[in-house]
Every structure is written in C-alpha cells, then in structure tokens.
Design a protein around this ligand. Structure first.
Ligand code: PMV
Length: 339
C-alpha cells in the first residue's frame, strides 16, 4: 500500500513552534466501477484525477488559544463547504490526541481546494487527507499509510454515513487502484485510454444515496444480492478487460454498470441523457460515477482525439465542466513482478 501513496508530508519537516508551517496535499478521484456495491464488500476501481487538487497549510505561529482551530478558505458555496467539513470536528480531536497538541496551542489550517464539492470527485476525503498531512508536517511527524488512512476514513464515515474506504485510498494514490476486502493494489492497465469526467452541474448526495440504497436493500434482500453480485461480476470482468487491453469490452461494462445504478434509482434524467450523448460522440462506455443523485458522469475513450470530441459534445449538451484523467498502460514486466 505504501508504494501507491504519494509522499505523506511535505519536505520541510517542521517542528511545532512559533514560526512553523506544515503543508499537505491530496487530489481528486473518480470511481470507474463498483460504487455502492463496495459498501457491501464488492471490489471497486478508482482513478486519481491529478488536475483536481487540495492543498492545506497548518500554521502554529498564531497566538496561543485553547484548541486547534480552522481558518476556512473563502469558498462560494457555504452549504457545500459545510458538507466537505462534516468530519472535521472529530478529525481535529483525533489529531490533537495523535500529536499530543497542548491544550493551549492554536493552529490555523488553511485549505485551498480546486475539487468541486458534492460531485463524487473525492473532495471530502482529499480535504481530510491534506489537513492530516499538513498537521503531521507541522509537528514533524511522518505517518505511515495505514495511519493516514485511518484518520481520513474516520472523517469520511461522518460525511458519508458508511464509507467503504475507497475514496480515502484513491485521493492519496498516484496510480489507478483496485480496492477490495479493505486492501488496495495497483490496477493493471493494458491500453492507453482517457477518462472524460463531466459535471452535470447538480450536486450529488452521497449520504442520501447510500441511505436510499440501504433502505431498499432492507425491504428487498433479494435485490441486494442481485445488485451486489451483478456489479461485482462486472467489476472483476472489467479488470480482465483492462489488463488485457480490451478497451471496447471494458467500455461496454461501464455502460452496463450505469444501467444497474440507474435501475437502483441513483442516476438522474440529465445524467442519463449525458451518458447517451457521450456514447453517440464515440465513447466506448459511459456511466454515472460516485454516490449519485447528481454529480458527475465518466466516459472512456482509447484516444485523445475522441476524448476531446466527447468532452465538447458533453459541454454542448449542458455539462458545466469537463476534466480528463489518464488510463496509462502498465508494462507487462511490472505486472509479472507484482503477480
Ligand atoms: O464520494 P463519492 O460520491 O464518490 O461516493 C463514494 C462511493 C460510495 O460507494 C457511494 C460510498 C463509499 O463510501 O464507497
């Protein structure tokens, strides 16, 4: 797990003191396959989105006060900010405990976040990860991957209600990942592709979506088994397609997964329409991503030219913004040494 994670803290190695500043970084992610089913033990595949970044700085030089406190960034959508910060009070308490922060010490944590909030792009997990790393850096402490994960995951559980852990891993990984059974490993990719990410412009509601599905599963246990089994088998099969370079087959599985999520009531009419637009524009497959009830969709292509066409058509059809994340071929020799 360590090898997948980006550096745990900035290099300044600051020690708590009047002029110390610690920094921490994280990035966004998209889930390729497996969202929601992953909460019930199925695997999930996720890809980092390096262009969407969070940077936190923790400054211990302020006047002494009675607690760690947060100075919040100026962000337009206050409601959404509150959502991203839902896990922060508990996180602050844990960081105080972990680093033995004196009750009299005041730490200002500033966060700059380019990940749109509430879009299934991992903003809340990336926000928590950047804060954890910044505070650790301020106190000159290196946390191992497991410690960072636990802290981020505890904050995520408050935000999501019941978080699988895939976001907490993906926002710190430099490569696409398979998350399964609580463990994470590098995803094998046998073709060079592009994931186009499109924001529908409507905030998703992960917590509500997780609750909605939980309610339906409680009423219809057979449906739970069918949904989780079908998503799980698409996810495992898609890993074979990815590893062996079967881009077309991989794309088709994404579109199948979209159908399962739509049938579960987690998509929206607008996102269903955008999925169709992406497919007509030449995408190999497309689906809603993340918690749903709004948020983003993804579309996969096997070349940059088609990715540009897909992104343009999605914007013409009403997507408020698009991004791209690379799916890069991993050389076979590396796969063999890891297998
Ligand atoms: O943060 P989101 O919207 O990408 O949702 C995460 C994916 C879920 O499977 C819906 C929840 C989870 O914790 O895995």
């Amino acid at each position: 797990m360590d090898s997948l994670a980006e550096p745990m803290s900035a290099s300044c190695g600051a020690v708590a003191g009047k002029s110390s500043v610690g920094t921490g970084r994280a990035h966004g992610k998209v889930i390729l396959l497996g969202e929601h089913a992953v909460v019930y033990g199925a695997p999930a595949l996720a890809v980092p989105v390096p262009g969407l970044r969070v940077t936190a700085s923790a400054d211990g030089s302020s006047a002494e006060r009675d607690t760690i406190s947060f100075v919040l960034p100026p962000v337009a959508d206050v409601v959404a900010v509150n959502q991203a910060e839902g896990g922060l009070p508990g996180l602050i308490a844990r960081l105080r405990d972990r680093f033995g922060v004196p009750g009299t010490m005041w730490v200002d944590v500033r966060v700059a976040c380019s990940i749109p909030l509430g879009r299934g792009l991992g903003a809340s997990a990336a926000y928590a990860r950047a804060v954890v790393l910044a505070v650790a850096d301020l106190f000159g402490r290196r946390l191992d991957a497991e410690e960072v994960f636990e802290l981020v995951q505890a904050a995520e559980s408050v935000v999501h209600g019941r978080a699988s852990g895939v976001d907490a891993h993906a926002v710190g990984s430099s490569v696409p990942i398979l998350f399964s059974g609580g463990a994470v490993e590098r995803l094998r990719i046998g073709f060079d592709g592009v994931v186009v990410i499109a924001d529908s412009g409507v905030a998703g509601r992960t917590r509500d979506a997780v609750e909605l599905l939980r309610g339906r599963f409680a009423r219809e246990p057979l449906y739970q088994a069918r949904f989780v089994d079908m998503v799980e088998s698409e996810t495992w099969a898609s890993m074979g397609d990815l590893a062996d370079g079967r881009a077309k087959e991989f794309g088709a599985r994404l579109t199948t997964a979209h159908g399962l999520l739509r049938e579960a009531g987690l998509s929206t009419d607008q996102i269903d329409d955008l999925v169709e637009v992406a497919l007509r524009a030449g995408a190999l497959g497309a689906k809603i991503t993340g918690g749903g009830l709004g948020g983003c969709l993804i579309a996969v292509t096997d070349n940059a030219g088609t990715a540009s066409t897909v992104a343009r058509r999605l914007e013409e059809a009403g997507a408020v913004k698009t991004w791209r994340a690379p799916l890069r071929r991993v050389c076979r020799c590396w796969q063999l040494t890891r297998a």
